[in-house]
Each structure stands twice: as structure tokens, then as C-alpha cells.
Write a protein that binds this ligand. Sequence first.
Ligand code: ZN
Ligand code: ZN
Length: 204
Amino acid sequence: MPAEDAAIARIPAERRPQSADGSIPRVGHLIEPASSGRAKCRGCGRAVAKGELRLGEVMANPFSDEEGAERSVWFHLDCGAYKRPEVLLAALEGHPEPIEGRAELEQAARFGLEHRRLPRLDGAERASSARAKCRHCKETIDKDAWRLRIVYFEEGMVSPGGFIHATCSKPYFETTDIMERVRHFSPDLAASDLAEIGRTLGAG
Ligand SMILES: [Zn+2]
Ligand SMILES: [Zn+2]
């Protein structure tokens, strides 16, 4: 098991959301306060602070011999809304208690479902070389051009999926309304960079 999975906890049955008939669904994504500050968010790679509400994506545990064993990976709620929209919406349904910003989280998740590739967006950067080809138009991305990072989720693992030109946002994501996500996943970009990316998207 990879070291980063050490923080993955099994969810005790009594804490899993129940369906209306009282049965416990085999997979129940959940929202709960982080029990420690050790688990890293799979969306942004940063730790979820102890006590902060987090999204748990629950899945079968292939590392266990126990039948029906489950494991969960964790996300900040906003990272979950952006990158695991269907999981967040399912967890929200099972969590009627008030959550700060619930409406915004739901809105971000629904926007991601309506634009099926958008949850792959992992931020923006200047191309460090002219080696990568755009996943959308297949053309080379020039050195120093703004490019958008793509990632895929599978079985709780994140894998890099390459890049697209910032100018290919519209045809690839079917929207250019992505700056909130770019800012979220590339928190180190300066305001001038963000402004430039915003203009580049519009130029696509
Ligand atoms: Zn996060
Ligand atoms: Zn392109």
C-alpha cells in the first residue's frame, strides 16, 4: 500500500449513511469532520485541517482480503465539488445538516456534471518546454504559452492526463467559465497571470 494511503481509514458501518429503508448501502460517500490533520486531499494535494468538513469517497478496498472491505479517499469539500461532482452530490444528499456554502458547492458540482470534462481540470501553468502536445487539438503547445493541466481519477488514484492549450478551453470543456477552478488549483499564480489567462481563454 502506498505510504499516502496510511491515512485512509475504513468507515465503521454505523457511520455510513443509511438509505430510506434502513439498509446500509455498500458504497456510501460521506461528509464528516476530519478526525486528524494527516489525510491529504486527492483534489489539491494539501492536507485537510483537523475538524474541517471533508468529503470521503468510499470504494472497495483491493488491498484487503476481508470480504466487502472498503476504503475511502478524502477531499476538501470545494475540491470534491470541482473534481468529484457526482460523489459530492451523493454525499450532500446523505448529509442534511447545515454546511457552509452548500448552495455554492452544489452549483459547482452541477456545472461539472453539465461539462463532463471539466472535473479533469487541475489548474494552469506556463509551458516549461515545447514538448507537450495539446490533448484537444493535437498541436504542440509552445514554450511559455498558457496551458491547462488535465488529471484523471480511477479507483481513488489520480493520474496525469497531459495538457490542453488555454485557448482550447472552449472546445474541450465546452465552457470558458473556468477561472474560479484555475485560481483554486493554481493558488500561486499572480493576479496578472490570472488576468492574462482569462484573456487567453476568451481568445480561443
Ligand atoms: Zn483539496
Ligand atoms: Zn489545443
